[in-house]
Design a protein around this ligand. Structure first.
Ligand code: ATP
Length: 221
């Protein structure tokens, strides 16, 4: 691993992980020359409804999805922590591991626009850079509070992320894939097949577990 290259974090519920996440992760990793990108499934997401699939299954789907790509690393730190999965706490943990090395928090447009609702969100900019990716159907138009906090922080060149430990914002262009986990859950609940929306290994786990077929959620084993 290149000791100077930034470390990345991409959090989410991954309920389930899909090709929209995976292609985005890979393109950001390469465009920003990250040493590695940690995919961090949330245990108890504070800002949205609770996941349908149990944590163990979401973790296993992620692990199988990235098998064979060593630069995409599944990190279960939020699943091992009690209570709400606050990104600021996860980044503080990563910062303790990374020392002064640059850290990048990857956010889809929807997550980015919701940032001012996050726990201790201004601290996030002290801990990491933001790498924001466009999603089909979302416009990158931050509200006044977010725009004010980010003024002067934008950079155009990914190389600038390696020159500071935190605090910069990069908008990174990625292939636009109009795939969402909620649409996949609806598809499976209606008896549909998520083939080609998710990796085959994830499709297999969805079918085996019967998870998203149950309308009242999936039970922990
Ligand atoms: P749901 O439909 O249940 O809200 P989701 O598909 O948005 O799920 P999450 O696990 O909530 O997936 O998202 C984790 C992160 O991945 C967020 O930052 C989100 O913006 C981003 N993301 C999700 N889908 C895509 C996509 N198709 N393209 C780019 N980014 C995405």
């Amino acid at each position: 691993m290149n000791p100077e290259a930034p470390l990345g974090m991409f959090g989410g519920t991954f309920d389930p992980v899909h090709h929209g996440h995976l292609r985005t992760a890979l393109e950001v990793l390469e465009a920003c020359r990250l040493a590695e990108l940690r995919l961090v499934p949330a245990s108890v997401p504070p800002h949205r409804p609770q996941p349908q699939a149990p944590a163990r299954l979401r973790l296993e789907m992620l692990r199988r999805a990235v098998a064979g790509e060593p630069r995409l690393v599944v990190d279960d730190c939020e699943l091992r922590r009690a209570g709400p999965s606050y990104t600021v706490d996860t980044l503080a943990g990563l910062r303790a591991q990374a020392g002064g090395r640059p850290l990048c928090l990857v956010l889809g447009a929807d997550a980015f626009l919701g940032l001012p609702g996050w726990h201790r969100w201004p601290e996030i900019l002290q801990l990491a850079h933001l790498v924001v990716v466009q999603r089909p159907g979302s416009r990158l138009a931050p509200g006044d509070e977010l725009a004010a906090a980010l003024a002067g922080r934008y950079c155009a060149n990914p190389a600038e992320l390696a020159q500071a430990a935190a605090g910069r914002v990069l908008v990174c262009e990625v292939t636009q894939l109009d795939i969402s986990a909620s649409a996949i859950r609806r598809l499976v609940a209606g008896g549909g097949d998520p083939r080609y929306l998710v990796p085959d290994a994830v499709r297999g786990l969805i079918a085996e577990s019967g998870c998203y077929r149950m309308t009242d959620g999936c039970k922990e084993e």
